[in-house]
Design a protein around this ligand. Structure first.
Ligand code: HEM
Ligand SMILES: *[C@@H]1O[C@H](CO)[C@@H](O)[C@H](O)[C@H]1NC(C)=O
Ligand SMILES: *[C@@H]1O[C@H](CO)[C@@H](O)[C@H](O)[C@H]1NC(C)=O
Ligand SMILES: *[C@@H]1O[C@H](CO)[C@@H](O)[C@H](O)[C@H]1NC(C)=O
Length: 264
């Protein structure tokens, strides 16, 4: 009997750990303002950012990146300030923006995204299942099993998948904007999701966590992600990851590579 009590307690403990924090359960409402960014959308879907997606100011963003992802609180200041500097806000207050405002093309939003279509080809705001399917296949997300390669995405695999997506987008879109900001944006956002979801013990990112973030814009609490017990990730960690991503030989021309704006 004693054993089964232990087993039950263990299972209860596990269930508690995998539960979403009270008040921060995952909900989506199609009427809410959302961005082309799965990271910000996930924070809003869990109520770390306002669930409405409206009137985001810098302090609100800083709170959210710590509470939802345990990123160092100022790591996203650069992206926030960039959004302000582009004058893309429609909130009526030049210190805030609505999430959907970030869709403005060639501001922060760029061509060759992992999960969105190019602006010229249609919808650059919403998750695009067909495009994501090609990326997810290259990431090996649908290949699951017991081995380590089956469970995790490495930096090398992620860098190659991002480069393949840019190559495909350039072939599909005769108006593809290969500006400097675009060409560093792709490895930048890859470094950002890798760092944000990094599993320090595995030295890689669980596939299930990547799927939750992109496919549902959900923080993967249910799959074991826990911002309160994760080691905080700093601007230095983001920079180091960017260097690792851009060091991978993807066969693409390298160009000038430097990290700006906290990875976007
Ligand atoms: C909180 C941590 C954040 C994470 C984990 C994150 C993650 C990501 C990822 C992975 C993408 C690429 C999506 C794709 O290629 O399909 C992306 C795109 C984007 N993010 Fe974020 N992001 C974060 C914060 C921010 C902030 C603070 C801003 C602006 C204030 C921002 C604005 C954008 C925009 C505009 C895009 C679209 C870029 C594109 O066209 O691909 N993000 N983000
Ligand atoms: C944004 O507005 C400010 C003040 O009106 C202006 O100086 C700046 O050039 C604008 N930035 C862009 C990217 O349009
Ligand atoms: C604009 O937003 C900032 C940041 O939230 C706030 O401090 C300020 O009071 C707002 N201004 C107005 C006129 O509402
Ligand atoms: C390409 O993107 C850059 C920077 O994002 C922008 O300044 C430029 O206007 C864009 N060019 C075209 C043709 O859209």
């Amino acid at each position: 009997m004693k054993l089964s009590v232990f087993v039950e307690a263990g299972l209860l403990g596990l269930a508690a750990a995998l539960r979403e924090p009270k008040g921060h359960e995952y909900h989506r409402n199609p009427r809410d303002s959302r961005s082309p960014c799965p990271g910000l959308n996930a924070l809003a879907n869990h109520g770390y950012l306002p669930r409405s997606g409206l009137n985001i100011d810098l302090e609100t963003l800083r709170y959210a990146v710590v509470a939802g992802f345990n990123l160092e609180r100022t790591t996203q200041d650069g992206a926030f300030n960039l959004a302000i500097a582009f004058n893309l806000s429609t909130s009526g207050n030049s210190s805030t923006f609505h999430l959907e405002d970030l869709r403005l093309h060639d501001a922060i939003e760029f061509d060759g995204s992992l999960s969105r279509n190019d602006f010229y080809l249609g919808d650059n705001l919403h998750f695009n299942p067909a495009i994501w399917h090609t990326v997810a296949t290259n990431l090996g997300l649908y290949k699951t099993g017991p081995s380590k390669e089956d469970k995790y995405v490495t930096v090398e695999v992620a860098a190659k998948a991002a480069a393949a997506r840019v190559k495909a987008a350039m072939a599909a879109n005769k108006h593809f904007n290969a500006s400097e900001s675009q060409m560093q944006g792709s490895p930048g956002t890859t470094a950002l999701y890798l760092t944000t979801l990094w599993d320090d013990d595995a030295g890689a990112v669980p596939k299930s966590w990547i799927r939750a973030l992109f496919e549902e814009e959900r923080i993967p609490f249910r799959e074991g992600y826990n911002p309160t017990t994760r080691k905080q990730k700093t601007a230095q960690d983001l920079g180091d990851m960017f260097a690792r991503v851009t060091a991978v030989d993807t066969g693409a021309p390298k160009g000038k590579r430097e990290l700006r704006w906290g990875s976007h």
